[in-house]
Design a protein around this ligand. Structure first.
Ligand SMILES: *[C@@H]1O[C@H](CO)[C@@H](O)[C@H](O)[C@H]1NC(C)=O
Ligand SMILES: *[C@@H]1O[C@H](CO)[C@@H](O)[C@H](O)[C@H]1NC(C)=O
Ligand SMILES: *[C@@H]1O[C@H](CO)[C@@H](O)[C@H](O)[C@H]1NC(C)=O
Ligand SMILES: *[C@@H]1O[C@H](CO)[C@@H](O)[C@H](O)[C@H]1NC(C)=O
Ligand SMILES: *[C@@H]1O[C@H](CO)[C@@H](O)[C@H](O)[C@H]1NC(C)=O
Length: 630
């Protein structure tokens, strides 16, 4: 790099540092559900829905209200923001959730709901204002495992009970606070109802949700229970704004002054109060001076320790000898991504936003800005990046390096031009680009990439979150798996063989993973099977229909399989332009992958063999595991 470009870089980085950057927030659906019934384009329902979205989005902006419910023609909609959200947080959440729900999550659906971190957005043709709804819903579990289950159980019971009581009394139907667990830990809880329902309904919704905890989430430290009318959430870390719950978080009451009762003068009236303040000062001043001295000593000791540790770490760096070459400069990345400008934002993954960037030498990159708190040290992080960087396969997105600076944790990937598979597969206009030949090639590519992760690379990597959103397409529409190895990069207090924050996506999760947190190569095989059936049917696994238990994608595929009408599953946008042999074989393989018992599912090497060798006779599949939605 010559001096001129260095100077340019310097000027640019100064200007980016000076530019005001609003705090970025995680903005993506944590869960959604669709009614399964559809409206037709440009119908009255469609146009009313568009007006409704505009009305509600502006209501969240203009009124600064955290809740609104409106009807336009046949469509009823509402949003609810978290009780501690600012107007700005609420509005940006609703503005992101509403179009996302209508365009991406549940296209053309008569009813739909999405839960974001800061808001719920939903609409339906049934009336909703004032009605308590407990379905659809879900329970999401985090990775945390409390140290002492006995203490945790008792504390949580008390906390949730108190929160429910507070929420029912509070006009905004919201309550949040924390409780102490032993000497070091705390649990932070929040409950909220939509404020339009009766207090007794609010209480019922919350209590029914809490009652599910032992079955779904016993012994888990971070849980979110989503219902249309209420939310219960608790985490080991502070996740709400404690200054916006109505009062400050719990802290021990200030100690009473140790001074003896104020001396009463003979005249007894006016002087006593000043006498007592003199007394408090006499005790407090030495105490404060003592405390300051004590804190100074501790800070000094900590600083010495940190310096020693740092010296030790740089030694390790030196010995490793690599890692450094994969390290990118933060200022360089800021220049490349326009300081993480929203125009360069490619999307939002489970662990943070992804930005497109162009390096000074013209190389295009994708930058993942990790937003996950991780207790992992920077050296372990670097070591993992070095290992993942060694994985090279045409069906994997290449990890180029990382950046650890000023509290930022960034992963730098090769840039893949055609976005992710879900953007095509679930979009009525774009799916026509995916003819059968391309879909078949994509299926084969995913299978080979996954096989490489499971068996062929020196590291045995279980993906744990394989889904259409994690399959990127290059210029030739070749599939490239992304987000693998995240479990190693964002370890959060994880016990072996048990789930962590890398919780998969509902619908794609094998039953043993969703219910018991057990993952293995076979849980990836399950997700692959779901993905395969999605690619063939062009339908999302997360669509649901309340009217019949067998209307989810897996049971739908299974029923057609048994009746010998498998081709009915095929995406209608493919018309008749496909090889029925290939399609039927793929459906057969998909059904083998989603079998209830992990042992019955094939390994990826068998799957690749089945896909390539038509002479191989496949075993008959047994009934698939059913989706875990409530
Ligand atoms: C929703 O907002 C509109 C104005 O934006 C207001 O007139 C209406 O009362 C609000 N409805 C509710 C239920 O808060
Ligand atoms: C809502 O739509 C569903 C599916 O089309 C229909 O069965 C139901 O009767 C509708 N409800 C109302 C209140 O119109
Ligand atoms: C804590 O509660 C969970 C279910 O909520 C239960 O499985 C577990 O046994 C309880 N532990 C103790 C020590 O009571
Ligand atoms: C806010 O938290 C405090 C202490 O943590 C609690 O006393 C108070 O009830 C909470 N307020 C609400 C509205 O939940
Ligand atoms: C003290 O105050 C009371 C009324 O407040 C008054 O009756 C009394 O005379 C006062 N005593 C002296 C010593 O000023």
């Amino acid at each position: 790099m010559n001096q001129l470009s260095l100077l340019l870089l310097f000027i640019l980085s100064i200007s980016t540092i000076l530019c005001f950057c609003s705090a970025q927030q995680k903005q993506s659906s944590r869960f959604q559900a669709c009614s399964g019934t559809t409206y037709t384009s440009n119908s009255v329902y469609h146009t009313s829905l568009k007006t409704l979205i505009a009305t509600l989005t502006s209501a969240s902006a203009i009124d600064g209200a955290l809740f609104n419910s409106t009807s336009i023609g046949p469509v009823n909609g509402q949003f609810l923001c978290r009780g501690d959200a600012t107007t700005q947080q609420c509005n940006s959440c609703v503005s992101a959730a509403a179009p996302d729900l209508v365009d991406n999550l549940c296209p053309n659906q008569i009813g739909a709901i999405t839960w974001y971190d800061y808001c719920i957005f939903r609409y339906t043709n049934e009336s909703i204002l004032g009605r308590m709804e407990e379905s659809p819903g879900t329970e999401l579990r985090g990775p945390a495992r409390p140290r002492d289950l006995g203490v945790f159980n008792r504390t949580l019971d008390g906390l949730l009970d108190e929160l429910i009581g507070n929420a029912v009394r509070n006009p905004s139907a919201f309550a949040a606070r924390d409780a102490r667990l032993g000497d070091f830990d705390r649990v932070y809880g929040m409950v909220q109802c939509t404020p339009d329902i009766r207090r007794s309904d609010c209480e019922k919704c919350l209590r029914d949700g809490v009652e599910r905890i032992p079955d779904c989430c016993g012994g888990i430290g971070g849980v979110t229970i989503f219902r249309p009318s209420c939310i219960v959430r608790y985490e080991p870390e502070l996740f709400f704004d404690p200054s916006r719950n109505g009062s400050a978080p719990a802290s021990p009451p200030p100690p009473p002054p140790l001074s003896p009762p104020p001396p009463t003068t003979s005249n007894g009236n006016g002087t006593s109060s000043s006498g007592s303040s003199v007394n408090i000062a006499a005790v407090a001043i030495p105490t404060v001076i003592g405390a300051i001295f004590f804190i100074a000593v501790i800070v000094y000791l900590l600083m010495i320790r940190k310096r020693k540790k740092k010296a030790k770490m740089s030694n390790v760096d030196h010995e490793m000898g690599n890692g450094e070459s994969l390290q990118f400069d933060l200022d360089m990345i800021k220049v490349a991504t326009g300081d993480f400008s929203s125009a360069n934002k490619l999307g939002e993954g489970g662990f943070g936003a992804v930005y497109k960037g162009v390096l000074v030498d013209g190389q295009e990159i994708a930058v993942k800005r990790l937003s996950v708190n991780s207790r992992q040290g920077s050296q372990e992080f670097k070591n993992e990046v070095v290992l993942l960087n060694k994985l090279q396969h045409r069906n994997l997105v290449r990890l180029l390096g990382f950046c650890l600076e000023k509290g930022e944790k960034l992963l730098i990937y090769e840039f893949v031009p055609n976005r992710s598979l879900d953007k095509y597969l679930f979009d009525t206009a774009k799916k026509v680009k995916l003819n059968w030949e391309r879909r078949y090639k994509i299926i084969g590519g995913i299978a080979r990439g996954l096989l490489y992760l499971h068996e062929d690379s020196r590291l045995r990597i279980i993906h744990r979150d394989l889904k259409a959103g994690n399959i990127l397409l290059d210029g030739d529409m070749n599939a490239k798996i992304s987000d693998f190895g995240m479990a190693k990069l964002v370890v959060v207090d994880q016990t072996q063989g048990n789930t962590s924050r890398i919780a998969g996506t509902f619908g794609y999760m094998a039953p043993e993973y969703a219910l018991h947190g057990l993952f293995s190569v076979k849980s990836d095989v399950f997700s692959f099977g779901v993905l395969l059936l999605e690619i063939i049917s062009g339908q999302k696994i997360t669509n649901f229909d309340r009217s019949g238990p067998s209307r989810d994608l897996l049971s739908h595929a299974w029923e057609h399989w048994r009746e010998g009408t498998s081709l009915d599953l095929v995406d209608s946008s493919l018309m008749e332009n496909y090889s029925s042999n290939e399609v039927i074989r793929c459906i057969h393989i998909g059904l083998l992958c989603v079998q209830e018992s992990a042992d019955d599912r094939p390994t990826m090497s068998t799957v690749v063999l089945m896909l390539t060798s038509f002479s191989l006779t496949l075993p008959a599949p047994s009934a698939p595991a059913f989706s875990t939605q409530t």
